[in-house]
Write a protein that binds this ligand. Structure first.
Ligand SMILES: Nc1ncnc2c1ncn2[C@@H]1O[C@H](COP(=O)(O)OP(=O)(O)OP(=O)(O)O)[C@@H](O)[C@H]1O
Length: 263
């Protein structure tokens, strides 16, 4: 089954204005798709619409088939069964996913228990395995989110998303809030985990260099509409749309600047 199939998706505000317009794309098993565009282009709303989690006052139109379940217009209680199992999200800010008042281990135990039905010692061992998988030391289980670093918090949030064993992982600017040195570590970790588990990945970013690193294909969004899509390599080498060209040019300009400053 296709893990994710989006067809003619629009996200509408209460006043009738479309913030995402007639968007279509799909993800094959194990495929990595980048959704790229500047701030406000509708990337996050697209991710939320895929999960059926749009903010109050916004409605989705069109079709989102997540692991075969129609997410548009389906009652929330039915979607709860699909979320997590079919798709899980890693947000830009790890504290979105983590409860500040609960120790990391307990938070991680919750989805593992729900998904795999483990209890007691088996559950504790599974929590330790989940931490090890994202390269977090054992002691993090007993820590509260504010007692660990930003990079460690994002690793914990990734572990929580993975605990649901989703077919699709949606990563919404997962490294943007992190220090530059930690960004590449977290990206490499995500990269390895997605490959190891054969998950499909929807990777959302405003950064073309990052998308070129992780995605096989990209969809370029501008003002809520898709302006271009194709293989990442082709789009970076030969952007067809003026907007994509400007993204590529500014990425190269930055690269050139770094080269110029290099010793
Ligand atoms: N809860 C909301 N209420 C009203 N408007 C919103 C809401 N969330 C997003 N918008 C508007 O919808 C548009 C798309 O926002 P979205 O967050 O999807 O953009 P984005 O591409 O993810 O941007 P960023 O990279 O800054 O996160 C923007 O114009 C934004 O102001």
């Amino acid at each position: 089954m296709t893990p994710l199939e989006v067809a003619g998706l629009s996200v509408r505000r209460a006043d009738g204005r479309d913030l995402v317009r007639d968007l279509s794309f799909s993800l094959a098993p194990g495929e990595r798709l980048g959704l790229i565009g500047e701030s406000g282009s509708g990337k996050s709303l697209t991710a939320l619409a895929v999960m059926g989690l749009l903010p109050a006052g916004m409605t989705a139109h069109g079709s989102v088939l997540l692991d075969g379940t129609q997410m548009v217009g389906t009652p929330d209680r039915k979607l709860n069964r699909v979320r997590g199992r079919a798709a899980a999200v890693v947000f830009q800010e790890p504290l979105t996913a983590l409860d500040p008042l609960m120790r990391v281990g307990r938070q991680l135990a919750w989805p593992i228990r729900r998904r795999r039905g483990l209890r007691g010692a088996a559950l504790r061992a599974a929590v330790q395995d989940a931490l090890a998988e994202v390269r977090l030391p054992e002691r993090v289980a007993a820590a509260y989110p504010h007692e660990i670093s930003g990079g460690q918090r994002q690793r914990a949030a990734i572990a929580m998303a993975l605990a649901c064993e989703p077919a699709v992982l949606i990563a919404d600017e997962p490294t943007t809030a992190l220090d530059v040195t930690v960004q590449s570590e977290v990206l490499a970790l995500l990269d390895g985990l997605v490959a190891g588990r054969g998950m499909a990945l929807l990777f959302i970013t405003h950064d073309l260099a990052v998308v070129a690193d992780v995605a096989d294909r990209v969809v370029v969004l501008k003002d809520g509409s898709m302006v271009e899509s194709g293989r990442t390599r082709d789009i970076v080498r030969e952007p067809r749309h003026a907007y994509t060209r400007s993204l590529v040019d500014s990425a190269w300009a930055l690269e050139g600047e770094l080269d110029r400053l290099a010793p």
